[in-house]
Design a protein around this ligand. Structure first.
Ligand SMILES: [Zn+2]
Ligand SMILES: [Zn+2]
Length: 140
């Protein structure tokens, strides 16, 4: 069975629900304070749920922000291979799904021929929405 379709525990559902509702990645403390209202009081319960959700590919950790974001790619099932683009001004994070890039990374090996089990790439720049907000030339 597809591991993404396994039924989630109640805590996992609550945590996932909160992360999915946010457009931006959320930090653990923000998750903690939110799920408290829903009856999860112990941080370990939240961390366990986060670990599990990462493992089954429902969410990803954005390392540079130490935050969590819901996976929006339906066939993305690997927790240790993530590529994100991050906007420097609004900090919005999008998952990059580029078949060419994926293939290249899959075939990548270092000079000793070592293949790697995972990668965690983050590209930084300005998103479309922010670019449109900033006029090309600002007059001072
Ligand atoms: Zn994903
Ligand atoms: Zn932006």
């Amino acid at each position: 069975m597809d591991k993404k379709n396994k039924p989630l525990s109640k805590n996992q559902k609550i945590v996932l629900d909160f992360i999915q509702k946010n457009k931006k990645p959320v930090k653990a403390y923000s998750i903690l304070s939110n799920v408290k209202r829903k009856g999860i009081n112990a941080p370990p319960q939240v961390y366990r749920a986060l670990d599990k959700l990462i493992e089954i590919g429902k969410i990803h950790r954005v390392e540079s922000q130490n935050s969590f974001v819901a996976c929006k790619v339906s066939d993305c099932d690997t927790p240790h291979k993530t590529i994100f683009s991050i906007c420097n001004s609004c900090e919005i994070v999008s998952e990059i799904k580029d078949p060419k890039l994926f293939k290249q990374l899959k075939d990548f090996s270092d000079n000793d021929g070592i293949k790697f089990d995972g990668y965690n790439l983050e590209f930084f720049g300005t998103c479309k929405a922010c670019k449109n907000k900033q006029p090309e030339s600002t007059q001072h």
